[in-house]
Design a protein around this ligand. Structure first.
Ligand SMILES: [Ca+2]
Ligand SMILES: [Ca+2]
Ligand SMILES: [Ca+2]
Length: 494
């Protein structure tokens, strides 16, 4: 079950401590039912305990229709042994954001039900038309859905050369521009079979170069499970550090990036190892849960087979989630108990994605379970904390600006973030870049390193806003970076 992906105290004392440095309580509420997301993951468990039935599935947060509001895509399994979506019960589902806290199932019209037994999902723009496309890693052959810009997608897997005739177990997938051409490539981590690296040839086609590139198989036989991955500058040192989730009794690894390709395992020292040690850990991400300007960490768990409940080990099939708040000194504090009961409800969780679903400046979390309903964890935010969000579009760079790095300075605090495609466990975070600003109401400067290598600086921006930035043009109106529906004239002008 090993794969790896490349990219790559709150609470109760608050009133008594009114003069202390703002020990605010952060809360997450599960609003999946209220939001109208009636999704059921069907992993089709069998007495044979096939490995695939323990691993589904990923979540993607993407704005597929370009209205500025995140939509939700949930991947589903299939019937066993056929490995086919024998009825709509097995469909992957796309939920369009209605801007009022609810979502509408648009799967059928969008044409993204998928085929076969799904696993992972990532979002990228393979043809650089500015619209996010969906890549699915399936057990039964991968699928690439081209976003047509009119609310529909077309399955272009065969034409683009990314279908997988060998039917390797697709696991985690990530879009990244590995060779700095400005065009995103695709990496697929397959379980127990060679991994795929798809080089983007720039003509709408990909070439699979896993073996030649040395990324198809690992050189050592280390048996850590390595299910999920998070990347973030949690120390404000300008370098992305790595967090990797593992099996129970294998602690989650926090690898601090010390620069010059030196990483230190600070899992215990930072306090992140212990809270989730007993759990089988999957989806994870860095995100600023409380908008204090420091990246926090969430980890979701769930054991592999329900039979574990009858073993004397004490392990349980359903496990709670763990939220760890950044203490601004290189350590994290386990805030899982303070953040509302939803996080502590034991579930068998897998995929996880983060994004501001309601455009209120608080980053929410969507979690898909191995079986049953997903959780949409709405973040109620911390009053008085400010934030800013950036949506980027490249011109010389790839249009979704995958790989761009943004640094901001506000009230003396410097933060950096990157735009990633894929990550977590089989999942896709919001492509917009969110920063918590604590009490700062202005951003002194924003520095963008575009994937093309160009640098761009913006000065004196107001907090609590969404900014659209077009490479070389600074901030622009959102319409400028969201392509309109395709018309024949546009195609002629290309
Ligand atoms: Ca949308
Ligand atoms: Ca596209
Ligand atoms: Ca924080």
């Amino acid at each position: 079950m090993r794969y790896f992906i490349i990219t790559l105290a709150l609470g109760l004392g608050a009133l008594r401590l009114a003069s202390a440095p703002n020990p605010a309580t952060i809360r997450f509420e599960n609003i999946a039912t209220k939001a109208g997301v009636k999704f059921i993951t069907r992993n089709s468990p069998t007495p044979n305990k096939n490995q695939i039935e323990t691993m589904v599935a990923g979540v993607a947060l993407l704005d597929y229709d370009g209205d500025g509001w995140l939509d939700i895509y949930l991947v589903n399994g299939a019937a066993i042994p056929s490995l086919q979506k024998e009825s709509p019960d097995y469909w992957n589902r796309l939920y369009r954001n209605n801007h009022d806290g609810t979502f509408t199932d648009v799967t059928e019209r969008a044409g993204v039900a998928g085929a076969g037994y799904g696993m992972g999902v990532a979002v990228g723009d393979y043809d650089n038309d500015g619209r996010p496309d969906i890549f699915l890693a399936n057990v039964t052959g991968n699928q690439l859905f081209h976003n047509n810009g009119d609310g529909t997608f077309t399955d272009v897997s065969k034409a683009a050369g990314v279908n997988d005739p060998n039917g390797y177990y697709g696991m985690s997938v990530i879009f990244s521009d590995f060779n700095n051409t400005g065009r995103p490539d695709i990496y697929v981590a397959n379980d127990s079979t060679p991994k795929f690296l798809y080089k983007n040839l720039g003509n709408g086609k990909f070439q699979e170069i896993g073996l030649e590139s040395g990324t198809a198989v690992s050189e050592d036989g280390s048996e850590q499970a390595s299910m999920g991955l998070a990347v973030g500058d949690y120390l404000h040192n300008g370098r992305p550090s790595l967090f990797v989730t593992n099996f129970s009794d294998e602690y989650g690894n926090l690898f601090r990036n010390d620069g010059a390709w030196n990483f230190s395992d600070v899992s215990y020292k930072s306090g992140v190892a212990l809270p989730s040690l007993p759990y089988v850990k999957w989806g994870t991400t860095f995100f600023d849960a409380d908008n204090d300007g420091w990246l926090d960490l969430i980890v979701v768990g769930g054991h592999v087979y329900p039979q574990v409940d009858s073993l004397p080990s004490g392990a349980r099939y359903q496990e709670p989630k763990v939220l760890e708040l950044n203490q601004k000194d290189g350590t994290f504090c386990d805030a899982s108990e303070q953040a509302g009961p939803a996080l502590r409800i034991p579930r068998v969780s897998r995929g996880l994605a983060a994004g501001d679903l309601f455009n209120d400046g608080n980053v929410d979390i969507v979690v898909e379970d191995l079986t049953g309903e997903p959780m949409i964890l709405r973040n109620s935010g911390v009053p008085g904390r400010h934030w800013v969000s950036f949506e980027l579009q490249g011109t010389s760079s790839n249009r979704l600006a995958i790989g761009a790095r943004i640094g901001i300075v506000a009230d003396g605090m410097t933060q950096t973030e990157e735009i990633h495609s894929g990550g977590s466990y089989l999942s896709q975070n919001d492509l917009r870049v969110h920063f918590g600003l604590n009490t700062a109401t202005r951003i002194d400067s924003v520095t963008i390193r575009w994937p093309s290598g160009k640098m761009e600086t913006l000065k004196n921006l107001d907090a609590d806003k969404f900014y659209s930035v077009l490479e070389g043009h600074g901030t622009v109106s959102p319409e400028k970076i969201r392509p309109a529906a395709p018309v024949a004239a546009n195609d002629k002008n290309k």
